[in-house]
Write a protein that binds this ligand. Structure first.
Ligand code: ATP
Ligand code: MG
Length: 260
């Protein structure tokens, strides 16, 4: 791994808007410091409600931060950009209901001006990868939650952004599809050297995928509590003693829950 690519310094977020127009008093996240290297597969692991989506949406440029700074290759993030592909936690708000599966997957490619014939080849490849072949011409309302999530994943991979920001992308999938996509994502990462920031609350998934795992403490005032370097070769074996040992260490933070 090379030099720091994404630098998160002292980032905090306070949601100020509620229906009464009064100010919320506490930071949801506070003092988040994290450096991610180009090509790194980085996991953010934390309990529900700790502020993972908040942090990801700030990195994606969709949500303004209340304090601190985030730079990519030295440039401050102020808005979404094609260099960052995002898979949102909720597919319903991310895919277009008036476009078919294929049109959704091809959307970014069309925006980039890629020819129809080439779009078709690229979208076909990723639609197959996520197991949606034979559903290409369906509209989102005809799909299950897990299928919609797979449309999002195929679209973000087809767009080929340098940085992939994924918010519990496999959370809504059945165990079998989830396992296939975990394996495929590792392969894609190994082949493309993308930088991936991946949120999950699943410890097994975190250890299967990540080179480093940042554990977040609970909101309010959530921060990065501990970072694990995972030194196991890919593809990782869930039943290996090394895997179990690391699982135990990570699990302990959640069991005792003192600081998270
Ligand atoms: N738009 C909003 N306005 C006010 N508070 C919010 C808003 N979005 C999130 N929060 C609060 O911020 C905290 C963190 O929420 P966030 O969605 O970032 O958590 P999370 O770690 O992604 O949770 P999960 O694992 O359940 O997806 C929660 O306490 C939540 O209530
Ligand atoms: Mg979330």
């Amino acid at each position: 791994m090379g030099e720091t690519w994404i630098k998160i310094e002292n980032v905090s977020k306070k949601y100020t808007d509620n229906e009464f127009g009064t100010k919320a008093s506490q930071n949801v996240i506070t003092g988040i410091n994290l450096e991610i290297k180009k090509g790194e597969f980085h996991i953010l692991l934390g309990p529900s409600g700790c502020g993972k989506s908040t942090l990801l949406n700030i990195i994606a440029g969709f949500l303004p931060k209340s304090g601190g700074s985030i730079t990519i290759n030295g440039e401050e993030i102020i808005k979404p950009d094609r260099d960052r592909g995002v898979v949102f936690q909720n597919a319903d708000s991310a895919i277009f209901p008036w476009l078919t599966v294929r049109e959704n997957v091809e959307y970014g490619l069309r925006m980039k001006g890629i020819k129809a014939k080439d779009r078709r080849v690229i979208s076909g490849e990723y639609i197959k990868l996520v197991g949606l072949n034979n559903h290409e011409d369906k509209y989102p309302k005809e799909l299950s939650g897990g299928m919609k999530q797979r449309v999002q994943i195929a679209r973000s991979l087809a767009n080929d952004s340098e940085i992939l920001i994924m918010d519990e992308p496999f959370g809504a999938l059945d165990a079998h599809t989830r396992r296939i996509l975990q394996i495929e994502l590792v392969k894609i990462w190994e082949q493309t050297h993308k930088t991936i920031i991946f949120v999950t609350h699943d410890i097994t998934e975190a250890i299967l995928l990540g080179q480093r795992i940042s554990i977040m403490s609970k909101a309010p005032e959530a921060a990065i509590y501990k970072i694990y370097e995972v030194d196991l070769p890919y593809p990782r074996k869930i039943n290996s003693p090394e895997f179990s040992e690391l699982f135990g260490q990570v699990q302990a933070h959640f069991d005792f829950g003192v600081n998270i």
